[in-house]
Design a protein around this ligand. Structure first.
Ligand code: MD6
Ligand code: FE
Length: 215
């Protein structure tokens, strides 16, 4: 499999998921969205809605509203626990993360043709030793990556359906965002659009529970 090092700590695997696995994952996500419907997150303080809709699977989910960004075990609208992470996602983490503990959260972002995501850092986790692994499905996106300071030099990269991307090491806190979606570039999703899944470790693993540290 092709493994491209985009910048120190940023790895891109074009076509990591073959077409049949992409289709199977879309079916799994339909079940996730039935249990945990997509919601429209809002910016802290202003309450301005995001153009991206979100849901989550796994033990914890990332949410954003007027009171801030956080991880929580319950869906903000239904109050129910998030559905389990599909096996394909757990396998992707084992294949790509290079990290010995399982992911706790998978944020599911859904972009329609005109949605974007501003430059941000993923920094609501307690454990920055673990990387963030993302998978993209559907229309290609133009992804932008910079350094750990706002306003530095950035590079842009296209993420197509089936691609995996990892942010780890010195890039774990790099600024990144989605400039635009290339509408109609994929036929995977029935009404077009794009899904991005980000797999994260949120809490620091319990040192005593770690086999490498057990007496
Ligand atoms: C997206 N991705 O691709 C947004 N974050 O729609 C992210 O924000 C992201 O792809 C951390 C690591 C990988 C990512
Ligand atoms: Fe991010």
């Amino acid at each position: 499999m092709t493994r491209l090092v985009v910048a120190p700590g940023v790895v891109h695997w074009p076509g990591y998921l073959p077409p049949a696995a992409q289709t199977a994952l879309v079916a799994d996500l339909r079940e996730v969205a039935r249990i945990a419907p997509f919601f429209q997150p809002r910016m802290p303080k202003t309450g301005k809605p995001f153009s991206v809709r979100m849901t989550n699977c796994g033990d914890l989910g990332w949410v954003s509203d007027e009171t801030g960004y956080r991880y929580q075990p319950l869906h903000p609208a239904t109050g129910a626990p998030w559905p389990p992470m599909p096996a394909i996602l757990k396998q992707a983490w084992r294949d790509l993360a290079g990290y010995p503990h399982p992911p706790e959260a998978c944020l599911v972002n859904f972009y329609q043709a005109d949605a974007k995501m501003g430059l941000h850092q993923d920094r609501d986790e307690q454990d920055f030793d673990a990387p963030v692994v993302s998978l993209s499905l559907g229309d290609t996106a133009v992804f932008r990556i910079g350094g750990t300071q706002r306003g530095g030099k950035t590079v842009s990269l296209k993420l197509a359906s089936g691609d995996a991307l990892l942010f780890g090491g010195e890039a774990r806190l790099a600024y990144h965002g989605i400039d635009r979606i290339l509408a109609g570039s994929s036929a995977l999703l029935p009404q077009s659009g794009r899904i991005n899944l980000t797999l994260r470790r949120v809490t620091k693993p319990d040192a005593c529970a770690s086999s490498s540290l057990r007496a």
